[in-house]
Design a protein around this ligand. Structure first.
Ligand SMILES: [Zn+2]
Length: 107
């Protein structure tokens, strides 16, 4: 089983390290196997695209590249800040993430 990642698709996260440090964006994809995430508008990499129906001009397109999950933190919707997350187990056995700063559930 792939190791657990503290971010999920749809989270707003802040990049804490690397070339994109300080940027925030929405998580588009999570790859637990490689411990990487794709964040909307962050770490843009230029790709040379061939002409296609989707991209009739061809040429260079920019798309967000993967970042290591260790370099991103979840932005708590309540605090509006990058925070550490904890796990809270509900009575039914499911876990949800909580903000370690304000204690509110993030999921
Ligand atoms: Zn919070």
């Amino acid at each position: 089983m792939a190791p657990k990642v503290h971010v999920k698709k749809g989270d707003t996260v802040k990049v804490m390290a690397g070339d994109s440090a300080g940027k925030t964006g929405k998580v588009l994809e999570v790859y637990p196997d490689t411990q990487r995430v794709i964040i909307d508008g962050v770490n843009l990499i230029k790709k040379h695209a061939r002409q296609s129906q989707k991209n009739p001009q061809g040429g260079v397109i920019e798309r967000p590249g993967p970042l290591h999950v260790a370099n991103v933190m979840v932005v708590c919707p309540s605090c509006d800040e990058a925070v550490r997350t904890g796990n809270m187990r509900a009575n039914d056995g499911s876990t949800s993430r909580t903000c370690k700063r304000c204690g509110k559930a993030i999921d």
